[in-house]
Design a protein around this ligand. Sequence first.
Ligand SMILES: [Zn+2]
Length: 87
Amino acid sequence: MVRLLVFIMLVWGAYHLIKKITKAYFASFHPRQDQYGSDSDAELIRDPQCGAYFMKQKGVKGVIDGQVVYFCSQRCYERYLKSRSAK
Ligand SMILES: [Zn+2]
């Protein structure tokens, strides 16, 4: 009976140890949410539609195929979407 109790405690301990390790393991692999942080808002980027350069913070943010794309204006964004769907 004592052996069974020791066994249960060992399993319980191992379970929590594994849980702790896997938690730390996965936490180190999770992508950071701040990859589109505000530190690069003043960056000069190119509009893929009209080719104009503009400040990122003044651009129009659009998400295309899961990627964040910036446009100089709402019009360019809409044009870009239209040209894509026309293909
Ligand atoms: Zn544009």
